[in-house]
Design a protein. Structure first.
Length: 405
């Protein structure tokens, strides 16, 4: 609730600490660093995008992971999701989270994932349990048609009509009912929605993190509430999508910058300083991220291309990770080294055409028929990894990056 602490959290810490760090390096080694890099995932990805717009002159390379660069809006979206789930159940005041989780089981999310895979798995030429063509899949999959509707009790093999309505609303993103304006992005249906990470962000994280962040940090004026589980729930249910969302845009005499001002890049598609000084940016986002929509990041990148006459890939590239959840996990090849590729791009001029990614053998949620050494190329958007038609489907070398038709 300290106005300066808000600004430090949002962006000012980078401005204050970077010169201090460089001065310390110079004191210790007798010279400034030759190159400086900034990286992070989730809120760290947001920090990195903010640094790339506000402080591009201080860094040479930016590694952005699953960025919540519209974090106040995403927090509203999480709260909206809880409101939707609560419409399916009678919430027990003594056990709010368990009540909410009874609205959708993880098994039911896994059912949706399996139906997405059935419709979309082969779009990339390989029936391997992975959906590489995320956006072709949105045309191929239809929740109403492809997931059975329960004719009797829920048993994990179907969704009720009410559940389908709720999932459609959540995946479409919150909107203002008066203007029909989107408050946050929509989300893609994907093959990694049935995992524990996805489920955790839909319920536990949405209740434990977002209400407090939204009420205390992103809103002007702060709107404190009882911090108990029930207090969080009462706050969530009281938030009106038509009238209360304006709090993240508000300012007053004490809080002179709104949540949307201090938390987000001032103009996320203006990377002129970064571009003109020869710095580079690599962005990675899992397509089964339950909290920060990959569609939001894709739309940002499309906008970046538009303002750079489709030449943005000369200094910034986006890599989607099929099936990956928030900063890792999921049914995905989620082990990869982008930092070395970024350094080679910055220091040697070698643009990364693709990144080799592998499964993590310790991931217990991977299907039993996946090789523990499976690899895939991560392709620069809009290209997708496509099977060449010959060779071992467990090897990245038998896939090429192709632009979908």
């Amino acid at each position: 609730m300290d106005p300066q602490a808000r600004l430090d959290y949002g962006y000012n810490a980078v401005a204050e600490l970077t010169p201090m760090a460089k001065s310390l390096i110079e004191t210790a080694y007798g010279k400034q660093p030759d190159r400086s890099y900034f990286g992070g995932c989730s809120n760290g990805g947001r920090h990195t995008m903010v640094a790339a717009t506000r402080y591009a002159d201080l860094y040479d390379g930016f590694l952005v992971g699953n960025p919540g660069f519209n974090l106040p809006k995403a927090a509203v979206s999480q709260v909206y999701g809880i409101q939707q789930y609560s419409s399916l159940v009678n919430v027990d005041a003594d056990n709010v989270l368990t009540s909410l989780q009874s609205s959708f089981t993880q098994e039911e999310f896994a059912l949706v994932s399996s139906k997405v895979a059935q419709q979309c798995d082969a779009l990339d030429g390989a029936s391997d349990g992975m959906v590489q063509d995320t956006y072709g899949c949105q045309d191929a999959f239809d929740l109403a048609r492809d997931v059975p509707t329960c004719s009797a009790d829920r048993d994990g093999t179907c969704l009720t009509a009410a559940q389908k309505s709720v999932m459609t609303n959540i995946m479409s993103g919150p909107r203002n009912s008066n203007t029909d304006a989107a408050i946050y992005s929509d989300f893609p249906y994907d093959a990694g929605m049935g995992t524990s990470d996805y489920y955790g962000w839909e319920f536990f994280m949405a209740m434990m993190r977002d209400p407090g962040a939204l009420a205390f940090i992103f809103s002007t004026a702060p709107t404190p509430y009882d911090s108990s589980e029930l207090g969080s729930y009462e706050y969530v249910m009281s938030l009106d999508m038509d009238t209360d969302v304006e709090r993240i845009y508000n300012i007053n005499d004490t809080y002179t910058e709104s949540g949307m001002e201090f938390m987000t890049p001032p103009n996320p598609t203006d990377l002129t300083i970064l571009r003109d000084r020869g710095a580079k940016m690599m962005v990675v986002h899992g397509t089964s991220d339950a909290v920060f929509s990959p569609n939001d990041t894709v739309n940002w990148y499309k906008g970046l291309q538009d303002v750079n006459e489709n030449q943005a890939d000369e200094f910034a590239r986006l890599y989607l990770v099929p099936g990956m959840n928030h900063c890792g996990n999921g049914l995905a090849t989620d082990r990869f080294d982008m930092l070395d590729s970024l350094v080679e791009w910055v220091e040697q001029g070698q643009a990364p055409e693709s990144i080799k990614a592998a499964v993590r053998s310790e991931n217990t949620e991977l299907p039993a028929n996946w090789s523990k050494t499976r690899t895939r190329p991560l392709c620069p958007f809009p290209k997708v990894a496509t099977y060449s038609g010959t060779g071992d489907m467990e090897e990245a070398t038998n896939f090429t990056c192709v632009t979908p038709k």
